[in-house]
Design a protein around this ligand. Structure first.
Ligand SMILES: Nc1ncnc2c1ncn2[C@@H]1O[C@H](COP(=O)(O)OP(=O)(O)O)[C@@H](O)[C@H]1O
Ligand SMILES: CC(C)(COP(=O)(O)O)[C@@H](O)C(=O)NCCC(=O)O
Length: 323
């Protein structure tokens, strides 16, 4: 049935995924109520992302229903395990959803829409959202290590801090701090944090969340980020479309956010259209596309759910892990 995602499933019989067209996927929403309004969706979407209420109805209600089933099953399992562990059993810890995908593919919009949908479930769970950019190394460290052209590559993150954060969250700790990144200053905000206090669900979004690395030869326990996930989603799209979205967004930012003298990219708002376009193309080709090919796309088959977009950011195909 599918063309674009075929490479995920050489033969569907032996693939870990089942593929769905968006239309078929939409049917799984069943009686899941639509709890967002058109205005709220508009408020949640990122610059250049045209998502609307129809897309939420078509795609995200079924995602919400699926996640509900996973959260409920995890809760059941937790209760059953308490029978074994007794009064001093393990604490109930947040259900963590990882969201991965390229720069400019629209992860932030998906993450925000899901957060809103999940926190409107009848049980009113507390849902928090954290992005991995806060865990990037500060620009002065990146400059010192000659990594400014590698922003977003695995070596540009403080992986230790990322793993400590997730480990604290999964241990049920209270008031766990996550650092904050500013797209305005293009840097981590020194001394600024968001505090995460035992949510029922944590949405953890970033280009690197499904990445693996070589395991220590001495057998030491050094987990992958995704070891802490209860469910993971990869936002996918053809390379040429993501490229176009990145360039369009950059050119729109040039007319908006970059006009702010505080913006790291302010100088690009002063350049001619052609010169700015050349900068955007070079950032895409030399950093983000390279990173997509080398480090992000290879993690796609690790996701539980792949949402594949086509033109206008509309999801055309869905792949759900069978096992
Ligand atoms: N230079 C920038 N200035 C202001 N906002 C930006 C800039 N680059 C990206 N953003 C915003 O940051 C968010 C995250 O972008 P990105 O990491 O590319 O992921 P995605 O597009 O998948 O959400 C988006 O809402 C985007 O609009
Ligand atoms: C900050 C990012 C690495 C995204 O980080 P993430 O939240 O996915 O961890 C990316 O938006 C970025 O700035 N890339 C560097 C090249 C560029 O300026 O587009």
């Amino acid at each position: 049935m599918s063309i674009a995602l075929d490479h995920l499933v050489a033969s569907e019989k032996y693939s870990p995924y089942r593929l769905f067209t968006a239309e078929r996927w939409a049917e799984f929403r069943a009686d899941t109520p639509l709890t967002l309004s058109e205005d709220e969706v508009r408020r949640l979407r990122s610059l250049n992302d045209p998502i609307d209420l129809d897309e939420v109805r078509r795609i995200y209600l079924s995602v919400s229903r699926l996640l509900y089933a996973h959260v409920e099953a995890t809760l059941q399992l937790y209760r059953q395990r308490q029978v074994f562990f007794g009064a001093n059993g393990s604490v109930k810890t947040p259900f963590i959803i990882g969201i991965a995908g390229s720069v400019a593919v629209g992860k932030s919009t998906t993450a925000r829409v899901l957060k809103e949908l999940l926190q409107r479930w009848p049980s009113s769970p507390k849902v928090d959202l954290v992005t991995t950019d806060g865990f990037l190394l500060p620009n002065d460290v990146l400059r010192r290590e000659n990594l400014m052209e590698r922003k977003g590559f695995p070596e540009s993150y403080d992986v230790g801090a990322l793993l400590r954060f997730l480990s604290a969250i999964k241990s049920g700790e209270r008031d766990v701090k996550a650092p904050i990144y500013s797209h305005l200053t293009y840097d981590v905000l020194p001394g600024e944090y968001v505090t995460i206090d035992r949510p029922d669900i944590l949405v953890f979004e970033g280009i690197n969340v499904l990445q693996t690395r070589e395991l220590p030869k001495d057998g030491k326990f050094v987990p992958f980020i995704s070891d802490f996930f209860d469910f993971s989603i990869y936002i996918d799209a053809p390379e040429d479309l993501i490229h176009q979205w990145y360039i369009d967004r950059f050119m729109r930012l040039r007319e908006t956010a970059f006009q702010n003298p505080e913006s790291f990219f302010h100088r690009y708002s002063q350049l001619s259209q052609d010169a700015a376009l050349a900068i955007a193309e070079s950032l895409w080709a030399n950093i983000n596309l390279k990173n997509l090919r080398e480090n992000i796309l290879p993690t796609r088959p690790r996701a539980d759910l792949v949402l594949r977009k086509g033109a206008d950011h509309l999801i055309e195909e869905v792949a759900l892990r069978k096992l």
